[in-house]
Ligand binder design. Structure first.
Ligand SMILES: Nc1ncnc2c1ncn2[C@@H]1O[C@H](COP(=O)(O)OP(=O)(O)OP(=O)(O)O)[C@@H](O)[C@H]1O
Length: 600
């Protein structure tokens, strides 16, 4: 229930952030828009004038007068129309490129600012397809939408008006012949919109599965699963192709429908026009002009029809951008919940009102979905020293760290970090005070230097960076890299698991944060490096709080304070010795398989 309330409030707050393409496109570009509109109108006007000029030319020749000026006018109208149209399209396309640039940047920034769970639910591949496929579709939409379609529309309307002036009976015949065609096309366009929505959703899903497979490439190869995984991806690609085939069949109907309409109109007009000429209602020049206008009607109609069908993909992609931008960022989601529940919040978070603790959980409940992961968890991490969090795999240790970082909000109870309620911490300020070493020791695909300085505001000298690396025993190895601190990691050069862990710890050392969260990898470290890391952690713990998710006996033996988690509940907390004596769960963990290592 609580979740639904939150999300509802957020949706409303985000409503104003919808993508208004035309507005985005034209904002601050009034002059350019004016020039484009003038060019488009000039081009359309020239197109409309052409058959009239040809009619006049015929009349002049019929009378035996000099046709020179009318020939010049005809050529000028023809070239002028083409040139103005091309220039308008080119200018518009430049505006479109700028809009796409803005859209791509906004997509990337927004994706980075999403809540973790939303980002995971969207999936990296699906987010990436916004940058590629969806951006291309929107560009298409801009190229067609604001200029070609209105130009085609104006041309059709203008042509019809002139045809009406030439002979309204023939106009009625023409319109009747085309009406059926327009009705059929409307049906096709509706079907297309539905199909494209499905196509683009499937393309996003395909990209998502492909990216996920690439992320698991090592394991896919190790288990010789290239073919199986490839087959499954191929099946998905096949689904996309099937849907595209449906769309293609619908699209291929467009031109025949219009051509058919035109042919019916042509036959009717020739018969009707002949009869009207015989009865003296219409002259030869008028009849020829009418026929030329009728022939000229087909091009803008086909352009409009294919434009409208092309628009559909762009409109579907615009919806996909809307859906992404409607997802709240971490900050806006918190602002929305705070606004909705402020009255219910007991005023707290004043530093110094309680005994100083780095972290305090009071009756904290949390679950990723229906299933609770933490239940009524009460725990305290002292402001100084090494605190170890232990528990069986899946008992909620990493989740507890995530709550401290504010990656998620507790469903119930309260989390206090560094003397302030989690809900009252601006996330950036909170995270500036925490150094987090995650279990996989994630590194960015960037230089050693950038990896060390992630989130660091100053620019420490290389010597300081090397000192930090030496402290974790990684200095020599980094010096040996081809470009030292400037070596890019994650590409051709990568680090081993143990090296990553040491680099991540050096990053935490440099951060100088009053709270260090360390999700200890369960992998084995060689004893020299393990000792070194323990020394660094001890040094850190001397003047700040270090909370370690411990997988090694040596870590808990070393800790000043141990918290025991079991299936999301804190069963006990205290010193290693006291817990060994009084807490059977802890004694079981220590003597059992999970925490045991060779160092015991
Ligand atoms: N992103 C997630 N979405 C849904 N469920 C999750 C997610 N992360 C963890 N869980 C579930 O939450 C429970 C606790 O996971 P957590 O990672 O906190 O355990 P842990 O104690 O750190 O385990 P380990 O020692 O194996 O790392 C698990 O049952 C897991 O299935």
């Amino acid at each position: 229930m609580g979740h639904m309330g939150k999300d509802h409030a957020v949706t409303h707050a985000e409503e104003g952030r919808r993508l208004h393409l035309l507005h985005e496109l034209t904002r601050g570009r009034g002059v350019q828009v004016g020039v484009i509109v003038l060019l488009a109108l000039a081009s359309t006007g020239a197109t409309l004038a052409l058959p009239m000029v040809v009619g006049r030319l015929l009349a002049v020749i019929q009378r035996g007068d000099s046709p020179v000026w009318w020939v010049v006018a005809m050529v000028a109208a023809g070239f002028g129309s083409a040139a103005a149209g091309a220039l308008a399209t080119y200018l518009l396309s430049g505006m479109g490129r700028r809009l796409i640039l803005g859209l791509r940047i906004r997509t990337m920034r927004h994706s980075l600012e999403l809540r973790l769970r939303d980002a995971h639910a969207e999936g990296p591949g699906n987010l990436v397809s916004r940058l590629t496929a969806d951006a291309a579709m929107v560009k298409n939409l801009i190229d067609i939408g604001p200029i070609q379609l209105p130009m085609a529309g104006v041309t059709v309307l203008g042509t019809l008006v002139i045809m009406g002036l030439l002979d309204w009976v023939l106009l009625l015949i023409t319109v009747a012949a085309f009406l059926v065609a327009v009705g059929l096309i409307t049906l096709v366009v509706k079907g297309l919109r539905r199909t494209y929505t499905a196509v683009q959703g499937e393309v996003g899903a395909l990209a998502q599965h492909f990216v996920a497979a690439l992320g698991a490439l090592t394991i896919i190869k190790a288990y010789r699963a290239e073919k199986t995984v490839g087959d499954r991806l191929a099946e998905r690609a096949g689904r996309v192709a099937e849907l595209e085939a449906v769309a293609a069949r619908m699209e291929s109907l467009m031109v025949p429908i219009i051509t058919l309409g035109q042919q019916v109109a042509l036959v009717s007009v020739v018969i009707g026009g002949g009869s009207r000429m015989m009865h003296g209602h219409l002259g030869l020049a008028g009849f020829v002009s009418f026929l030329l206008y009728l022939l000229q009607l087909t091009a803008p109609l086909i352009m409009a029809a294919s434009g409208v069908s092309g628009l559909q993909t762009g409109l579907v992609s615009r919806k996909r951008f809307d859906a992404l931008f409607a997802l709240p960022t971490e900050t806006s989601a918190r602002a929305a919940t705070a606004a909705g529940s402020r009255s219910a919040v007991v005023p707290d978070g004043r530093p110094g009102t309680r005994s100083p603790a780095a972290v305090r959980f009071e009756k904290v409940g949390f679950g990723y979905g229906e299933h609770p992961v933490l239940r009524d968890a009460d725990l305290t991490v002292p402001a100084n020293g090494l605190t170890a969090l232990v528990g069986l795999s899946g008992s909620g240790k990493t989740t507890a760290l995530g709550l401290i970082e504010g990656f998620m909000d507790p469903d119930s109870g309260r989390v206090e970090v560094l003397g302030r309620d989690l809900a009252d911490w601006p996330l950036a300020d909170l995270r500036a005070r925490i150094a987090y070493v995650d279990q996989p020791c994630t590194l960015l695909q960037d230089t050693v230097r950038e990896n060390l300085l992630l989130g660091h505001e100053g620019k420490p000298a290389d010597a300081a960076l090397m000192t930090a690396l030496d402290r974790v025993g990684l200095g020599e190895e980094i010096r040996r890299l081809p470009q030292g601190l400037d070596t890019t990691l994650g590409g051709a050069t990568d680090l081993s698991g143990g090296q990553r862990q040491r680099l991540a710890l050096a990053r935490a050392v440099l951060a100088g944060a009053p709270l260090v969260l360390l999700d200890e990898p369960s992998s084995h470290l060689d004893s020299i490096n393990e000792q070194k890391l323990r020394d660094v952690v001890d040094e850190l713990a001397a003047d700040r709080a270090v909370l370690v998710v411990a997988h090694r006996i040596s870590t808990v033996q070393h800790a000043d304070h141990v918290i025991v988690l079991d299936a999301g509940r804190v069963v006990d907390q205290g010193t290693h010795r006291a817990l060994l004596e009084r807490c059977p769960d802890y004694a079981g963990l220590v003597s059992g398989q999970t925490l045991s290592t060779a160092s015991r």
